[in-house]
Design a protein around this ligand. Structure first.
Ligand code: NAI
Length: 326
């Protein structure tokens, strides 16, 4: 029996994972709390921990997990910027779900873009109040506009396909351009200068940290729409807010936020939000924030559970090789 402690587990995680307990030799403990240095004690006695994007898997946490005899850290997500892989190497195994539904994220990015530029979020509230005025709801056509895609991996490419369907021109930047892909790669500065819309689909690394900052916003077109469904720290949110206040940035659609860890995924309505910057961003008429929701489709949840269970089982098998080990 493989005993797994799930951290930061939500109703939808439990629903998608529970069915595997019966059909496999697995025992799950679903914990609401996030994994942090303060909560790592809860992992004592388990063979594996299953974590998500905002769990802290730093040096101190890894040391404790190793002390407790935990053998595997199973990420039920693709990104692993929250894990100190160097520290884990050779001491505890780290597996992830490299792809579960790139469509979910790419489609959410397009949903945010359309909502924002066609003012659907405003119209929805108006008509519910029987306000049928169109004043202030003027949008713009996507057809013929240029979208700049940063990161042309699984999600970036699907987003580009969707944009092609809208008749948009596409420029892209990737540190590792895909050969013979027919993608129109340009340098980052050219992408900033040419794009009416910029969508981020690269991982968070030292190089991509604050790739959208004061300097890059200066290079962008007036009225640019910025989409971020990747990781919050790709954008310097203070610089973004300045760009919005200066009327340089036309709109921002954010599914992620640099300081989201203590805020997102929970119902905080009725509480005073202790994050001035996020409050100010949300108060802007041309900013849409979703709470790291882009992955949340039935297909993605099923794929996440399926791959995570396969990862866990293969780690504890006799041969113990796992294709999704980091
Ligand atoms: P992927 O690994 O298929 O593609 C990432 C691309 O970024 C690759 O082509 C890579 O060469 C490129 N890249 C790496 N370093 C770069 C740099 N310095 N500058 C520009 N490009 C660089 O990853 P995938 O599946 O397309 O996911 C992209 C990102 O989406 C993930 O890193 C994750 O942060 C985010 N994500 C967000 C979700 C959400 O719910 N909001 C869910 C899943 C992923």
């Amino acid at each position: 029996m493989i005993k797994v402690a799930f951290f930061d587990s939500k109703e939808y995680d439990i629903a998608s994972f529970l069915k595997y307990e019966k059909s496999h030799d697995l025992s799950f403990k679903f914990l609401e709390t996030r994994l942090t240095e303060d909560t790592v004690e809860l992992a004592r006695g388990y063979d594996a921990v299953c974590v998500f994007v905002n769990d802290t898997v730093n040096k101190a946490v890894i040391h404790k997990l190793c002390d407790f005899g935990v053998k595997v850290i199973a990420l039920r997500c693709a990104g692993y910027n929250n894990v100190d892989l160097e520290e884990a190497h050779g001491r505890i195994r780290v597996v992830h779900v490299p792809a579960y539904s790139p469509y979910a994220v790419a489609e959410h990015a397009m949903a945010l873009l359309l909502t924002s530029i066609r003012r659907i979020h405003k119209a929805y509230i108006r008509t519910r109040d029987f306000n049928f005025s169109l004043n202030g709801l003027t949008g713009f056509d996507l057809h013929g506009k240029t979208v700049g895609v940063i990161g042309t991996g699984k999600i970036g490419r699907i987003f580009m396909d969707i944009c092609r369907g809208f008749g948009m021109n596409i420029v892209a930047y990737d540190k590792f351009p895909a050969k013979d892909s027919g993608i129109n790669y340009v340098e980052l500065n050219e992408l900033f200068e040419k794009s009416d819309i910029i969508s981020l689909h690269c991982p968070l690394t030292e190089e991509t940290y604050h790739v959208i900052d004061e300097a890059s916003i200066k290079k962008m077109k007036k009225g640019v729409v910025i989409l971020n469904t990747s990781r919050g720290a790709l954008i310097d949110a203070e610089a973004l807010l300045d760009g919005i206040r200066d009327r340089k940035v036309g709109a921002a659609c954010l599914d992620v936020y640099e300081e989201e860890a203590d805020i997102f995924y929970e119902d905080r309505s009725g509480h005073i939000l202790n994050d001035e910057l996020l409050s100010r961003l949300i108060s802007m008429p041309n900013v849409i924030v979703t709470s790291h929701q882009a992955f949340l489709t039935e297909e993605a949840l099923n794929n996440i559970a399926d791959t995570t269970v396969k990862n866990l089982i293969s780690c504890f098998e006799e041969k113990g090789t796992c294709v999704n080990e980091l």
